[in-house]
Structures are given as structure tokens and as C-alpha cells.
Design a binder for this molecule. Structure first.
Ligand SMILES: [Zn+2]
Ligand SMILES: [Zn+2]
Length: 173
């Protein structure tokens, strides 16, 4: 049954205890329609933003907070300067969660994901990238992975940098 929410209609899990299906807004970033189970209103930078775009923001934040240009990785140039600029407002995962309190459950999984990441990012591309990130950078990108897994997001809906990381992550499960 079509609801109009892009993520409901493509069969994704939802942000806990939120009603799925009733479209409340258009994502300010990517213009998909999204319900309150798949988007949140950002009170500090007022806008309606979907879970897909949150993973892009977290990925960009992880790169910028790690001084991305010095990482010298193809993964840092695959993300657009516009997304990097948008994500650069978040220096830490805690800052991001202040704007998105409905994602507080991410903290329950972050330590486990950080441990697993050391074993899963082992290709010539993902390993040097991951180990070049700062501690906060790793946390921000781990949060993007947690969201992508929780909502079972398609790699093809994600920003290229995260798509490559997630491909490695999933192929080593
Ligand atoms: Zn939805
Ligand atoms: Zn969006």
C-alpha cells in the first residue's frame, strides 16, 4: 500500500516508536517525501531531513572532523563539497545527536561497531581511510553505518563514500 513516504514505500524499518506512513514533509536536502518514522525535524538548523541524508551528513562530518583533505583517500573525494560543507557543522557524534534525539539508540551500538570496523575495513581503499580518521571521525561514520543497517538502506541510495564502506561492511558479516 503506497503511503507516499519514499522509505515506507521501499520497505524500510523505522525510527523507534514513531508512526510510519503519514507523510509530514519533504526532505529539505534530497526532496523525497518522508514520514516521521523516516525523517526528523532538526530544531537547531530548522528543516525536515530524511534518514538517507542523515547518513550523508554523518559521513561528511566524519571526514571533515578528521581533516579529510589530509587523508589522501579516494573516499574523501567521492563526496561533494556541498555535502562536506553541510556535514562540517558536526564535530562530534554527541553534537549530531543533540539535533537528532530520536537517534539516541545509536549509542548502544557504537562500541561494538567500532570494534567490528577494524576487522571489516580491510581493502586497499577502506583500511587506510578508516585508520586515517580521528576518533570522532570514526564515531560519526560508524553512526552512519548503524543507521544504514538499522533501516536496511540500499547501498544505491547512499552517498558514494558510504556505499563503498558499507559494501565492505556487509560483505564481511
Ligand atoms: Zn516512512
Ligand atoms: Zn533526504
Amino acid at each position: 500500500m503506497a503511503s507516499g513516504c519514499y522509505l515506507c514505500d521501499t520497505g524500510h524499518d523505522k525510527i523507534s516508536d514513531k508512526n510510519a506512513g503519514k507523510v509530514l514533509g519533504v526532505c529539505e536536502n534530497c526532496s523525497i517525501l518522508a514520514c516521521e518514522a523516516h525523517a526528523q525535524r532538526d530544531p537547531n538548523h530548522p528543516r525536515w531531513i530524511c534518514v538517507l541524508c542523515d547518513t550523508s551528513l554523518l559521513t561528511a562530518a566524519g571526514i571533515t572532523t578528521s581533516n579529510g583533505s589530509s587523508l589522501n583517500s579516494v573516499l574523501t573525494v567521492l563526496i561533494s563539497s556541498a555535502i562536506l560543507k553541510d556535514g562540517s557543522r558536526y564535530k562530534t557524534l554527541e553534537q549530531f545527536l543533540e539535533d537528532r534525539p530520536n537517534y539516541s539508540w545509536i549509542l548502544n551500538q557504537i562500541d561494538e561497531v567500532l570494534v567490528l570496523a577494524r576487522k571489516r575495513f580491510t581493502t586497499d581503499i577502506t583500511e587506510p581511510f578508516w585508520f586515517g580518521l580521528s576518533e570522532q571521525g570514526q564515531k560519526l561514520i560508524a553512526a552512519a553505518i548503524i543507521i544504514a543497517e538499522r533501516f536496511e538502506l540500499s547501498e544505491y541510495d547512499l552517498v558514494e563514500t558510504l556505499r563503498i564502506l558499507l559494501h565492505d561492511w556487509r560483505s564481511r558479516e
